[in-house]
Design a protein around this ligand. Structure first.
Ligand SMILES: C[S@@+](CC[C@H](N)C(=O)[O-])C[C@H]1O[C@@H](n2cnc3c(N)ncnc32)[C@H](O)[C@@H]1O
Length: 297
């Protein structure tokens, strides 16, 4: 079958949803969707066929069972089958509906008509295979933090989005008042998604600088410029290595939003931030995730 995808269906206790989510992301899955079926959560994750053999899938199933045992929760059932590309995109698109995030945003899938948004700012998205539909608590916490910085009026602020995924944070910030966004992601498919979403939201191309890479690439793109704010929704393990470098793109009034951090990782991340000269202003929690808002002074 040309362009086939593994569809991995995991039926689990709802408390395992996030663990399953991150396990499948780590495994390389894209376009994950979840829905509630009775007392269970059914998560469907999709992976290009060539990226996993049957043995890899068995190993994934084993890890998922071990995660459940460690959490003292019932073991999930894990099944997989091959589907073609067209079925993949329609399968998960079916489950995604427009969603209000924070007080300002309405995230709307690109293939649906835009619903009545009232005063909300509509962010239209087709994430493709990238992370960032606005459904995940880590993204929502970033968007809610964004509302503290922008009120819809244009500003002169330059922001960075490190690990842009679908581009949701950069695009959201530009729609509510940022002047320019610098966005990077190590995954080339995310760049394609971000680029498409920039057009979808009618953002002038010269307001966004987008490149494949990580922090070093961002520095190269910025040259001597500093950012007024940054968003970084990546796992804590990655963030902790980035923290000592963040000063290099910042000035005395720069603010930052760091997300993708599990509650039990918050102290270590906050300590590292403070050691690097950042003031931890707020720590917002949702489910087992937290988002840390920092400022330089
Ligand atoms: C959790 S997603 C966040 C996507 C989007 N910004 C959001 O908030 O929904 C993390 C993204 O970071 C990217 N990423 C992972 N490690 C990275 C690194 N070291 N530098 C840049 N991007 C990275 C991944 O490819 C992924 O697209």
């Amino acid at each position: 079958m040309a362009n086939s995808w593994w569809e991995i269906n995991i039926r689990c206790h709802p408390l395992l949803e996030d663990t399953v989510y991150w396990r499948t992301q780590d495994f390389g899955c894209r376009g994950t969707s979840s829905q509630y079926k009775g007392k269970n959560c059914l998560i469907s994750a999709y992976l290009p066929q060539e990226q996993a053999q049957l043995l890899d899938l068995s190993a994934l199933a084993l890890w998922l069972r071990q995660d459940a045992i460690l959490a003292n929760l019932p073991e999930p059932t894990v099944k997989w089958n091959l589907i073609d590309e067209e079925d993949w995109s329609s399968s998960w698109k079916e489950h995604w509906q427009p969603q209000e995030v924070g007080d300002q945003f309405l995230i709307c899938p690109a293939w649906l008509d835009v619903p009545e948004a009232g005063k909300r700012v509509v962010v239209r998205l087709d994430p493709g295979v990238a992370f960032g539909t606005g459904a995940h608590p880590t993204t929502q916490l970033c968007m809610e933090s964004m509302e503290m910085r922008f009120d819809g009026k244009p500003t002169e602020q330059i922001i960075a989005d490190i690990g842009c995924g679908s581009g949701i944070l950069a695009i959201g910030a530009l729609l509510v008042g940022a002047k320019t966004a610098y966005a990077v992601d190590i995954d080339p498919l995310c760049l394609r998604a971000t680029q498409e979403n920039i057009s979808l939201n009618h953002i002038q191309p010269d307001r966004v600088h987008l490149e494949q890479g990580s922090f070093e690439k961002l520095q190269e793109m910025l040259g001597d410029r500093k950012v007024d704010g940054f968003f970084c929704n990546i796992l804590a393990e990655v963030i902790v290595d980035l923290i000592p470098q963040l000063e290099q793109i910042s000035h005395q009034k720069t603010w930052g939003v760091l997300s993708g951090i599990l509650l039990d990782q918050a102290k270590a991340i906050s300590d590292t931030l403070e050691q690097s000269g950042w003031i931890v202003a707020t720590l917002w929690k949702r489910q087992e995730w937290c988002c840390i808002n920092v400022r330089r002074s």
